[in-house]
Design a protein around this ligand. Structure first.
Ligand code: NOJ
Length: 562
């Protein structure tokens, strides 16, 4: 290997050289026969995850919770929800994963708790209890109405009246998710203590939930009312409030510094140009999920029913912006899916009929951009969206609110449901499909959410036996990243930026270069063969390849000669 490639590789931390897999535990594998997944289920599938080249598993919240937002409503940060298992199960998971060189990553929900959390119960009990300012309380206006007109992210007012305390509390998300008051130093210290508790258990990192909302402005002003409901989106009032980075520097110093664990933040509202303040040498996190590319198919709209047409050039520009922003400082978590998004083949390739080819093409892009790829459960099988016939079949709290808002805005029930089909978070939350048996091998009971109709053909067992499957392709790409370090360390340059049919970029380091070209169309497209002149084909989704031509949905990686 070239010296400079080796040097760059040696300078990376463990989490920069691996693949992270996101597990939505409720839907992963049920070993208890209750219809919901368990920690023991994750232990059982560690070898499967190792076969995907995974070095870290991010598990969405498994703390004790009423589960109204599937764990993002934490009732006790120090206890596991009994539906998932016990602390012994967790210790076993951490230990068994370690044997396979895999680290467990916990989801830290620090913007809010459940209203059933003992902290909130105490805080709401009076105006002068020891935790009275651990949450954000305000008096009613003279007429008894809420302190201002902010709308929560899941819809409806962001303030809820508490009878006992005779005050309103603020919630960025649902009314059962009261926001913690980060101005309270004692509360912050308790959060840091909690995070250290999990590090002491041996976890390898944190995904930090909804981080952009932790700091609130000093004055809570009304925003311009939306004619639909008279409310103003809380995101526009509180995201990235000045001073937030000081709070997060404290988190970094108190929790992360001196450990080899990584912190990746979910930070809606941070734009690529701002990443320099958030990640890397001057920042507070190791990586940050920004939303630029994922919002493109939503036309950048908060309301699902407003989704608009979009162009590939917009998607490419969004991806390139974050690649550029982390070129010399910080690192990027590459993701096309997570538990809050529709499935990527449905979202990015809605009109494509050959979804398997589409999923392989997208996988090639995901695994060859610069950064750490995050693969979400089922993505490696090529999952598509579901389209259930009635809103009642949906579990996701935001799907119900979005449906209501669409009706309020004058959409028909059919249109409102179509928006839910396209964007519902339940698209990502249907049970993992392990085999073709009843309930896809996920559970012996009735699954908490219906299994996707396609489970007989789209499942781990079938795809494991089919070398043309999406699963095989993910495994192939994982090996390729190890064989070709240029894909890990090479600088990113977008090529043919204006093209609406293909996405091309190079990864370079000194004389070494890789060129990736992906055809987003279900038709043959051509490009200047010169681009890959004197290069060797490293891989093609279609086996072989002809320079200058891409078959429908083909993706290729070419490599410069030594
Ligand atoms: C972002 C999480 O990813 C999502 O699932 C959750 O509903 C909200 N934050 C609230 O915690």
């Amino acid at each position: 290997m070239q010296d400079d490639l080796q040097e760059r590789l040696d300078s990376l931390k463990w989490w920069q050289k691996t693949i992270v897999y996101e597990v939505y535990p409720k839907s992963f594998l049920d070993t208890a026969g209750n219809g919901t997944g368990t920690i023991a289920g994750i232990v059982q599938k560690l070898d499967y995850l190792a076969s995907l080249g995974v070095g870290a598993i991010w598990i969405t919240p498994i703390y004790r919770s009423p589960m109204k937002d599937n764990g993002y409503d934490v009732a006790d940060y120090y206890a596991l929800d009994p539906s998932f298992g016990t602390m012994d199960d967790m210790d076993e998971l951490i230990a068994e994963a370690k044997k396979r060189n895999i680290r467990i990553v916990m989801d830290l929900v620090m913007n809010h708790t459940s209203d059933e959390n003992a902290w909130f119960v105490e805080s709401s009990s009076s105006k002068d209890n020891p935790k009275s300012d651990w949450y954000i309380w305000r008096d009613a206006k003279d007429d008894g109405s809420a302190p201002n007109n902010w709308r929560g992210i899941f819809g409806g007012p962001a303030w809820t009246w508490d009878e006992t305390r005779q005050q309103y509390y603020l919630h960025t998300f649902a009314d059962f998710q009261p926001d913690l008051n980060w101005e309270c130093a004692e509360m912050r210290q308790e959060l840091y203590r909690m995070a250290r508790f999990w590090l002491d258990k041996g976890v390898g990192g944190f995904r930090i939930d909804a981080v952009t909302y932790i700091k609130k402005p000093e004055v809570f002003c009304d925003g311009t009312p939306d004619p639909m409901d008279g409310l103003f989106p809380i995101h526009d009032a509180t995201a990235n409030t000045e001073g937030i980075l000081d709070l997060l520097q404290e988190f970094k110093a108190e929790v992360m510094d001196g450990t080899d664990a990584f912190a990746v933040a979910e930070a809606n509202g941070v734009v690529p140009e701002e990443l320099v303040n958030w990640v890397g040498n001057h920042g507070v996190f190791d990586m940050l999920f920004e939303f630029g590319h994922i919002l493109v198919p939503q036309g950048g709209n908060e309301n699902w029913y407003e989704s608009d047409d979009w162009k590939l050039t917009q998607l490419k520009a969004a991806l390139s912006a974050s690649q550029r922003a982390t070129r010399t400082n910080g690192w990027y978590p590459i993701y096309f899916e997570n538990h809050d998004q529709a499935r990527s083949v449905s979202m990015f390739l809605p009109d494509v009929s050959n979804k398997i080819a589409g999923a392989k093409m997208l996988a090639t892009v995901l695994m060859t951009l610069r950064g750490t790829p995050f693969v979400y459960q089922g993505q490696e099988l090529g999952y598509e969206n579901v389209a259930w016939p009635a809103i009642d079949m949906y579990n996701d709290v935001s799907s119900h609110n979005q449906y209501k808002m669409a009706l309020q805005a004058g959409k028909t029930e059919e249109e409102a449901l179509a928006a839910v089909h396209a964007h519902s978070r339940d698209n990502a939350r249907t049970p993992m499909q392990w085999d073709a048996s009843e309930n896809a091998g996920f559970t012996s009971a009735t699954p908490w959410l219906p299994v996707h109709d396609d489970y007989a053909t789209c499942n781990v067992m079938v795809e494991h036996g089919d070398k043309g499957s999406v699963l095989w392709w993910y495994r192939t790409l994982a090996k390729l990243r190890i064989e070709l370090p240029i894909l890990v360390v090479g600088d990113y340059t977008e090529l043919m930026c204006e093209r609406e049919d293909l996405y091309a970029f190079s990864r370079g380091c000194g004389a070494a270069q890789a060129v990736v070209i992906a055809n987003f169309r279900e038709a043959e497209v051509s490009y200047e063969a010169q681009l890959v002149q004197d290069m060797d084909l490293a891989i093609s989704t279609h086996g072989d390849a002809t320079p200058g031509v891409l078959r429908p949905l083909e993706a290729v990686v070419y490599l410069s000669r030594e």
